[in-house]
Design a binder for this molecule. Structure first.
Ligand SMILES: C[S@@+](CC[C@H](N)C(=O)[O-])C[C@H]1O[C@@H](n2cnc3c(N)ncnc32)[C@H](O)[C@@H]1O
Length: 473
């Protein structure tokens, strides 16, 4: 395998940052080092310089096989359906009725920027479908973009695991997904409402709607990885891409404080949204809704949709209590409080101790949303997922733990235990073997992390015992 020097890794770190705005920290660079040295060998490059030269040439051309792979590795694609439920409540109950009432043309244009593997734009599409009567005879355009081609391909497939659907109400799961083995396939009715395409938020021009500027942009949990300067630039371009009075949704740990004063912050259905500040405030909009005119249309060329007409449009009128004059303020005031990671973890542990595993999982998930590379919290989440019998997800989280902290012995042992209970002797053996190799280099009395006080010696004995149970076949 080709060894990479620190200078090599720094060049890649810089290149990734220049292209995408993503800044990899030291731990991520270590992982990148391992990944890229394997990548270079398996793609038959003579050395790092040859690989790097191609990356630099690709910067100027359309064909970007190796850059795509590099970015795919660098991006954090954590996402799930109906992430931050309050956003979707606000969309359905306040924003949508308001836009329908206010707009003079029947075109609704929504962009999910940094859509990852698709749950965000599909959750928007489901919300639209649920509110179809309101959008009768409207043209609906939903564009979903990302810098990561692998995620975009997954998004287009529309097949998800249970974890991606952890926040999806049961009735929507039944209505819009088909279970295939342990996976869930999104219905074509929803799939056909969303167009997926590549777009890099660090490059202009930004995607345009077929009908002009966007009414709504979701750009959640994307700018969190950018420098202040890049954030400011992205926010400026998003502002330009929005129509007058259009709405911007950011992630719950992101704020616009110090980045722009061109938005108004709106408290809406229990959450904060940003509105392009050249429109009259939403509480003053009095134009009649247009939902009775005809029927909703998607701008994708998949033909007409048979929208269910189960909702009464009067059920969807804006709740004026939530949009009083006092609730609308310049962005410098009343922003979401900073999320305290330690506090969330401590609360998660308290819930886990009380046996309230779902609440514990929700707290850990919030931390992952903010600090994706936190190995400890992936481990904690895996442990409660085991308690909840969500074994596939627990396996996934233990593997995440290991990818962010390859020294984590307990993640290996727990994986071994899960595989062993599931009768997968080969995988169980593999995990115990790796755990053993890591334990053998520790002093016997070493207190193994996350083991609850077990020494390296004791866990070594356990590994031997397990390996005796699973002799090589
Ligand atoms: C954590 S995910 C967020 C997904 C979704 N918005 C959500 O909140 O659930 C961040 C996504 O932003 C994408 N991303 C990162 N840098 C980007 C850039 N410069 N341009 C476009 N997308 C980018 C990543 O590829 C990743 O899929």
């Amino acid at each position: 395998m080709i060894e990479l020097s620190n200078a090599d890794i720094r060049s890649l770190q810089k290149l990734i940052h220049n292209i995408s705005g993503i800044y990899l920290n030291q731990r991520q660079c270590e992982r990148l080092k391992q990944h890229i040295s394997t990548y270079i060998s398996s793609n038959n490059f003579k050395n790092f310089q040859q690989y790097y030269r191609i990356l630099k040439t690709e910067e100027k051309h359309d064909e970007q096989i190796h850059t795509r792979e590099l970015l795919s590795f660098a991006t954090n694609n954590e996402t799930y359906f109906f992430r931050n439920t309050a956003h979707f409540d606000a969309l359905a109950n306040v924003i949508l009725p308001e836009l329908v009432r206010r707009k003079t043309n029947p075109n609704l244009r929504i962009w999910s920027a940094g859509c990852s593997i698709g749950p965000e734009p599909y959750s928007i599409a489901i919300t639209m479908s649920q509110n179809a009567p309101l959008l009768k005879n409207w043209n609906l355009e939903i564009l979903a973009t990302d810098i990561d081609y692998q995620s975009l391909n997954q998004a287009k497939d529309g097949l998800y695991n249970k974890r991606s659907l952890q926040n999806t109400p049961e009735h929507l799961l039944h209505k819009y997904f088909q279970q295939i083995g342990s996976g869930y396939q999104i219905d074509n009715e929803i799939k056909n409402l969303v167009n997926f395409t590549y777009s890099n938020l660090q490059q202009t021009p930004y995607p345009r709607s077929k009908f002009g500027q966007w009414d709504i942009i979701f750009c959640r949990n994307v700018i969190i990885y950018f420098s202040e300067e890049q954030k400011r630039k992205v926010i400026k371009h998003l502002h330009r891409s929005l129509a007058s009075g259009g709405y911007l949704f950011l992630g719950h740990s992101e704020s616009m404080l110090g980045l722009s004063d061109s938005f108004m912050v709106t408290n809406c259905a229990g959450t904060h949204l940003y509105q392009k500040n050249d429109a009259s405030p939403i509480h003053q909009q009095t134009t009649k809704p247009k939902q009775t005119e005809a029927k909703i249309r998607s701008t994708k060329s998949y033909g007409a949709h048979n929208w269910p007409e189960t909702l009464n449009s009067s059920d969807l009128t804006m709740d004026r209590k939530e949009t009083r004059e006092g609730d609308k303020q310049p962005i410098s005031g009343n922003l979401p409080p900073n999320i305290d990671i330690e506090n969330l973890i401590a609360k998660g542990k308290l819930f886990a101790d009380k046996g309230e595993y779902q609440s514990a999982a929700n707290h850990y998930q919030k931390v992952i949303d903010i600090d994706y590379h936190n190995a400890e919290v992936h481990f904690l989440l895996a442990s409660v997922l085991e308690q909840l019998d969500s074994l596939d997800e627990a396996i996934y989280e233990y593997k995440q733990t290991i990818s962010f902290d390859p020294t984590c012995i307990m993640a290996r042992l727990n994986l071994g235990r899960i595989y062993s209970s599931a009768g997968d002797r080969e995988k169980a053996r593999e995990e115990y073997k790796i755990a053993l190799s890591k334990l053998q280099v520790l002093p016997p009395t070493y207190d193994v992390q996350y083991s609850g006080g077990f020494s390296a010696e004791l866990l070594t004995k356990l590994c031997y015992k397990k390996l005796e149970q699973f002799p090589t076949m």
